[in-house]
Design a protein. Structure first.
Length: 507
């Protein structure tokens, strides 16, 4: 079968001129999303102070983006297969930049939550399109592995660029400035992408089924919302109803895909053990890491007293490790085996999280930095190889939908992780016993406690901060322990599910 890009059987298609320049544009889109995700965590203390959200609203600000993007990724990936991946990427990037302005100038918690949700709609168009275009530009398996590694390394680099750039901006401007850094990246992406990216699409895609889109969105949001609310407030009838509605919608989505001649997502892909194993590994890995990632910036700033820029630099080892591992992951997986690289990477992350269960208010940076470096290396190996497995297991024409499955696992894992592990941190934190006169708002979040302490007499303020920080760190170490167990169990599952799985070789 031929692609609308170029015939896959020709030498020119395998070594397409300009393919590396096209890749540079695609990784800008990845950088855009990665930077946005990381600067939010850094800006959280400032958003708490300025917008005064409740603890629940703060979690919504953190995870509503993941809720929406998880619900729409499959639909948007399939839409890109139909109308053109270049087109949907450029439209999505333009919308992403415009909505970043709305995030920057939000004046209430409710508006901020809405802005994050709309940003999720735009973000859902970007990630599947970038991976799908890589699948269609790079036909040589070894070159594609390197391109996927660069793609993943850029996402990891964004997790470093975001905090460092965001930290600098937070020290000199207001918190909204961290969202405005998306604008120049978006402008370069669109202007250069128009000229360098090839268009590609499925030549016989079938109609884009709106019923499937609605079922996917309702199902994902219903399930994730129910998990989040149950973890925060316990099981209630509205929570159960949301979960049942989500489950029913997802069941309807799966049934509809199996009966349609041209489905949004070919569910038969999940019959392949390698594909299913890679997707499951991605989901559970992100779930286990999310508690640490979301609360680490607050720990560095509000517990250890680091400035935003310093906190951003402190998170750098994770990105450095992930970049280095991502660039060599394909070669290492061919030298040894897919399951050895993925399982070994996940076990390393789990052990690093186990070390962080000993975290205290005054833990020295060498311990934290070394643990973050190991987390980055392990995650870089695992995510790069699983992305390669997912991409290489489908025809080029279905690359958008398959890429969307990979990204959906990532975003769903992030949403569930923030909901479950974030609720552990928040639940433990709220139980701290403060000095007489501690306002109720101080129990909502550590940022609120810091803000409240500024209006108290010095001895009372110090007592409040000591109790609040101790409780926050206890919640963070508990979440790290749960994450460690999840990662180690995922490592074992990946060892069995990825048995005999190999990456493609050239020729």
């Amino acid at each position: 079968m031929t692609s609308t890009l170029q015939p896959a059987t020709t030498t020119e298609a395998v070594k397409r001129p300009g393919r590396w320049l096209a890749l540079s544009v695609l990784v800008l889109a990845v950088l855009l999303v990665a930077v946005d995700a990381t600067v939010l965590g850094l800006a959280t203390p400032y958003i708490s102070e300025d917008l005064d959200p409740s603890g629940t609203q703060l979690l919504w600000i953190g995870d509503v983006y993941s809720f929406v993007i998880a619900g729409l990724l499959v639909s948007m990936g399939s839409l890109g297969d139909r109308i053109g991946r270049k087109r949907i990427l450029l439209v999505g990037a333009t919308a992403f930049g415009a909505l970043s302005v709305l995030n920057a100038y939000a004046t209430t918690p409710e508006l901020m939550i809405l802005a994050r949700a709309l940003l999720g709609v735009a973000g859902a168009t970007l990630m599947p399109a970038t991976l799908a275009l890589i699948r269609n530009i790079f036909h040589d398996p070894r070159e594609r592995s390197l391109a996927v590694g660069i793609w993943g390394a850029t996402a990891s680099a964004g997790t470093a660029v975001g905090p460092i750039t965001g930290g600098f901006l937070l020290e000199h401007f207001w918190w909204g400035s961290v969202f405005l850094i998306n604008l120049p990246v978006m402008a370069v992406l669109v202007l250069v992408g128009i000229r360098t990216l090839p268009e590609s699409r499925n030549p016989a895609p079938g109609p884009w089924d709106l019923s499937s889109v609605v079922l996917s969105l309702v199902g994902m949001i219903g399930i994730v919302y129910a998990v989040k609310e149950a973890a925060t407030h316990g099981f209630t009838w509205p929570t159960a109803a949301a979960g049942l509605l989500g489950a029913a919608a997802l069941h309807g989505f799966v049934h509809r895909q199996l009966t349609m001649p041209a489905p949004l997502l070919d569910m038969r892909l999940f019959r392949r053990r390698g594909f299913s194993g890679a997707v499951l590994a991605d989901l559970l890995t992100v779930l286990g890491l999310s508690g640490l990632v979301f609360f680490l910036s607050q720990y560095l700033q509000l517990v250890q007293g680091r400035r935003p820029f310093e906190a951003g630099l402190a998170e750098l080892p994770a990105a450095v490790g992930a970049v280095a591992a991502g660039l060599v992951a394909g070669r290492v997986a061919r030298r040894f085996s897919v399951r050895a690289v993925v399982s070994g990477g996940l076990a390393a992350v789990g052990l690093a999280l186990a070390v962080l269960t000993a975290l205290g208010q005054s833990t020295g940076y060498p311990v934290l930095g070394a643990a973050l470096l190991v987390v980055g290396i392990g995650a870089g190996f695992s995510f790069t190889v699983t992305a390669d497995v997912i991409l290489s297991s489908v025809p080029k024409d279905q690359a958008g939908a398959a890429s969307a499955v990979s990204e959906t696992a990532y975003e769903l894992g992030a949403a569930l992780g923030i909901a479950l592990l974030g609720s552990i941190v928040t639940g433990v934190y709220r139980d701290f016993t403060g000095p007489a006169g501690t306002p109720a708002a101080a129990h909502e979040s550590l940022g609120a406690a810091v803000e409240a302490s500024a209006h108290m007499p010095t001895p009372t303020a110090e007592a409040l901060l000591s109790a609040a920080r101790e409780s926050f760190v206890h919640g963070l170490t508990l979440a790290s322990g749960v994450g460690a167990v999840v990662l180690l169990l995922t490592s074992i599952a990946a060892w069995f599910m990825l048995k005999n799985q190999k990456l493609e070789s050239a020729g």
